[in-house]
Design a protein around this ligand. Structure first.
Ligand code: NAD
Length: 383
């Protein structure tokens, strides 16, 4: 039973799936781990660090791909690698099965078991495997740092002999994991923070971080689903939110947007006209850029100036913090691997709620209904 850690193939990726510490946890349990040469370099881990953790290092990617049984990854292996995978091997990571099912087709065909970290159910037992929350935490922090770095103003209130500098005003849209971390980070830097979310429960959390919650009367509309996630709103309710946001944005130096509705395009919260009303020199960081953007003029993966407002649409902001992003992610992966590696062997119990939720493909078939629909196939359930 061999676990292989490969160098990430995606161009803007700096994270590694397993850090040396994570490898050490697995080798201490008796698992063999092989690491492709230089796999951890961009996240600060050398081949020597992996060797010290008990891994073997190999420069031969093709041979690793063809021989290993388990592939913890950040992004799905490219098709050229998938063509060499053994049937029954396992790939686990951010596989984007709903966004890009076609990119997994070769692995499905070859009978590779695909486990998606995006689809891990958010139940208490799976909290240690919640990689979405780990990455959202890093993204929320980094978004504020990016904004503070580019804003031509200071964040905190400063009283000096030369006069008083007022604090920067930060508006955070969406107060889930990323939004709450953005609020906390902006507060630590001394900014005055306002936030908006459609979930009423978010209001208390926002206030507990010392920020003001923007209340919008949606006439008692049910905004949360059973799982506590935001629902897609009616056009009228969305418009009420947009009006309140436009008013607050006009007086803000920085707007960080994080609003998402699982499985849908990100809600449109800032129209171009609202950006045009913002002060020249202010900044928008749109963390929902790759899900369609919360701001109408965001360009995914680009930074540009629109009517004097600098708009950031990062496509992989966590890759700018590879050390800690990799550390958190690899801990999530190790926790998941412990579910499927028992007594030195692979043991995929598809009746387990976490595995059932995250399993995308098994035995040559797509086994997740939503993924099958996204791939345009009928789901095939094998017991
Ligand atoms: P997310 O990334 O899907 O969305 C981010 C935020 O955007 C959410 O707070 C959502 O309410 C908000 N949003 C959606 N539409 C909006 C709109 N039109 N206007 C303003 N805001 C809008 O969510 P997330 O950060 O992954 O988590 C959301 C919820 O799930 C939170 O309650 C969080 O505490 C909870 N959660 C639970 C667990 C768990 O293990 N039980 C783990 C992580 C998160």
């Amino acid at each position: 039973m061999l676990i292989a850690v490969l160098k990430e193939a995606k161009q803007d990726e700096t994270r590694v799936a397993l850090t040396p510490d994570a490898v050490k946890t697995l080798t201490a349990k008796g698992f063999a781990v092989a690491v492709e040469s230089c796999a951890g370099l961009l996240s600060g881990a050398s081949d020597a660090d992996y060797e010290a953790a008990g891994a073997t290092i190999s420069p031969d990617r093709a041979q690793l791909v063809a021989s290993a049984d388990v592939f913890p990854v950040v992004n799905a292996l490219p098709t050229a690698d998938q063509e060499r995978l053994k049937s029954g091997s396992v790939m686990i990571g951010f596989l984007r099965p709903l966004d890009d099912p076609a990119s997994l087709a070769e692995a499905v065909k070859r009978g590779v078991t695909l486990l998606s970290m995006e689809l891990v159910p958010r139940i208490s037992r799976a909290q240690g495997m919640d990689a979405l929350s780990s990455m959202a935490t890093v993204a929320g922090y980094k978004a504020v740092i990016v904004a503070a770095n580019h804003l031509h103003k200071l964040f905190p209130l400063l009283m000096t002999a030369a006069g008083t500098i007022p604090p920067a005003k930060v508006l955070v849209l969406g107060a889930g994991v990323a939004g709450l971390q953005a609020i906390a980070t902006a507060r630590r830097l001394g900014a005055v923070v306002e936030a908006y979310d459609v979930r009423a429960a978010a209001g208390e959390q926002v206030k507990s971080l010392g920020a003001k919650f923007i209340e919008v009367d949606l006439g008692g509309l049910q905004t949360e689903d059973k799982g506590g996630y935001a629902k897609e709103l009616s056009p009228e309710a969305l418009e009420l939110g947009r009006q309140a946001i436009a008013k607050a944005a006009k007086n803000s130096d920085v707007v960080i947007t994080t609003a998402q509705v699982p499985g849908r395009r990100a809600p449109l919260l800032i129209r171009a006209a609202a950006v045009e009303e913002m002060r020249a020199g202010s900044i928008i960081v749109d963390l929902a850029a790759s899900a369609g953007g919360n701001c109408e003029v965001t360009r995914p993966g680009e930074t540009f100036v629109y009517h004097g407002v600098t708009i950031f649409g990062p496509s992989n902001i966590v890759a700018e913090v590879p050390v800690h992003a990799s550390m958190l992610y690899s801990r999530n992966l190790v926790n998941f691997l412990q579910l499927i590696l028992k007594n030195g062997a692979l043991n995929i119990d598809r009746a387990d709620e976490i595995i059932a939720g995250s399993c995308v493909a098994f035995g040559g078939e797509i086994v997740n209904e939503r993924v099958a629909a996204a791939a345009g196939q009928d789901v095939v359930r094998k017991s």
